[in-house]
Design a protein around this ligand. Sequence first.
Ligand code: BMA
Length: 330
Amino acid sequence: MAKSSPRKKRTQPEIPWSPRPEGSKDLVWRYPNNPILGRRAIPCAQAIYNSAVIPFEGRYVGVFRADHLNGMPNLHLGWSEDALSWKISNDPIKFTGGDAAYRSGYGYDPRVCRIGADYFITWCADYHGPTIGVAKTRDFRKFERLENAFLPNNRNGVLFPRRIGGKYAMLSRPSDGGHTPFGDIFYSESPDLCHWGVHRHVMSSGSLWWEGVKIGSGAVPIETDKGWLLLYHGVRSSCNGFVYSMGAALLDLEKPWIVRGRITGPILMPELDYETTGSVPNVVFPCATLHDEKDGRIAIYYGAADTHVALAFAWRDELVAEILKYPVGK
Ligand code: BMA
């Protein structure tokens, strides 16, 4: 067989970053040029938000939630050299394989997780109600649809980036078919990404106001020597509807249903115009991070007001140290 010529390996570009504004003591601060994507970013879409990005072969690739002009959310692929300016396909991702029944319907709130040589997309898929769709790719060209992970209704399925106790592991949030006035985070494991079980309760919506209604996992957890750093969304009810903010917790490395710590307040609340105004006002919805393992810088990608993709920054070790001031340890 003829050998293909070796492809030149591209160096992975630095993650986006801007330093904490002078004088600020915030644990998380925003990218000054936010939002990075928004309405009409591609011709078919009326809004792009709640999207996930990941480094891939010297570039960045993203799976974007694009709400089409007919109102239906779909998943679209995008590429970027700097993870800030994105070229997004106007056609939704086409999945192969899986049961034909799983291929239709809407798709929203994607997360992307690398496990070894495989990349997995998990998202909110339509199967007689919202549930967790799963697809696998190695090249971001072909996407193989796997079985849905759970029964409806479920949202916010987030994989861990390695097997735990030899099993694939996922966080999810059982819900209802509507806007869900409740919701806790659960842990499940699977030997093969098809059969899921050993379900464990992780965290409940808080007794505190800002997350009193429901919580849901946000970005793929970041492994640290103190535990899994989990950024999540917490929701409160106001006289004008739900308000989505961002929280942070630390889960045990080998038994992630054990919460080691959880900051009692939000680390980012809707505050600026692009977070408080849009298709759904007052939404900050984290879906992904880029992480520099060497120095611990984190770029957080979050949906803003169900309209834009925005970016915020934090230091991993500062977040972990802060979380450990609020030990839980059940
Ligand atoms: C949730 C999800 C998210 C959305 C949020 C606020 O239930 O549908 O996609 O960002 O509501 O509208």
